[in-house]
Design a protein around this ligand. Structure first.
Ligand SMILES: [Fe+2]
Length: 283
């Protein structure tokens, strides 16, 4: 698997046959991660399907759990070659890799691996609530929500012919995050639903999406380019203390495509929490 070697996973427990390659440093990965299993049970409870937004106490519980989660809960370690500061990916821009831990119609759990200088461009999450937990690394996050007044302007070329529409968006975040840090939450219309990640050092981000993207159900991903507010404001000033930008929808930049890899971390026991407790399988 070409892509697996690009990120690598903490190796599973050494089997007898694997002893030959002992020179490679290996770290034991438990077959089940209590934190990941707990996250799965909580997500089953929290995400009720399309057109629903988690209740505030559910958001609080999920954040509290994610805040405590560490890289090794999903089989990762800062010792992996991918996360070494000297590990420079030669592709320009460096390609982002992702893996799906679990997906069902109500929610999905994914990890994004972003090499240093790698970018996930501005993109939206239609009708979705997303919890993002930076597990390893340092990255810049920029996010927007659509402005309430739905103002838009036309972008014109040198002949004053309109080429695209730009829609006003309110800047929500423009900050650097360093792991371990608090979980970020975005909602369908607030919290920075349109965001971009730029890795400063190699990063791993755990994303919990509810519901997941689904083009069939009208939740396809759109990409955007942002323009400074001053470029199209006609001298009009927005409220003081708030920052705005103009977002232009673009096709997904070709060099932003991601590579998918198999998830090799601790597995989720796919069962209902109550069933697990009754069976004594989750103790
Ligand atoms: Fe996202």
């Amino acid at each position: 698997m070409r892509h697996v070697s690009r990120v690598g996973y903490v190796k599973r427990t050494i089997g007898k046959r694997e002893y030959k390659s002992r020179r490679i440093k290996r770290v034991e990965v438990p077959k089940v991660s209590m934190a990941l299993q707990e996250l799965f049970f909580l997500c089953q409870d929290v995400f009720k399907g399309p057109d629903s937004v988690p209740l505030p106490h559910h958001v609080h519980n999920l954040c509290r759990l994610l805040d405590k989660m560490k890289a090794d809960d999903v089989g990762l370690s800062s010792d992996l070659q991918f996360f070494k500061p000297h590990n420079v990916v030669k592709a320009t821009p460096p390609r982002v890799t992702y893996t799906t831990i679990y997906q069902c119609p109500h929610f999905s759990l994914c990890i994004f691996f972003i090499p240093a200088n790698g970018v996930i461009p501005l993109h939206n999450h239609p009708g979705m609530t997303v919890f993002s937990k930076l597990l390893l690394g340092k990255m810049h996050i920029k996010s927007y929500d659509w402005a309430a007044d739905q103002t838009s302007v036309s972008k014109v070329d040198s002949l004053q012919t309109p080429t695209s529409q730009l829609r006003l968006a309110k800047l929500k975040a423009d900050d650097v995050f360093v792991a371990p840090c608090k979980t970020s939450v975005l909602y369908p219309t607030t919290g920075g639903n349109i965001h971009a990640f730029t890795a400063i050092t190699p990063c791993a981000v755990l994303d919990v999406l509810g519901p997941p993207y689904s083009a069939e159900d009208g939740r396809d991903c759109s990409y955007y380019k942002d323009h400074p507010y001053s470029s199209y404001c006609n001298g009009e000033n927005k409220m003081e203390g708030e920052s705005y930008g103009w977002l232009e929808e673009i096709v997904m930049p070709e060099n932003s495509q991601m590579d998918g890899i198999e998830y090799l971390g601790p597995q989720i026991m796919e069962m209902n929490c109550n069933t697990a407790l009754a069976d004594g399988k989750y103790m």
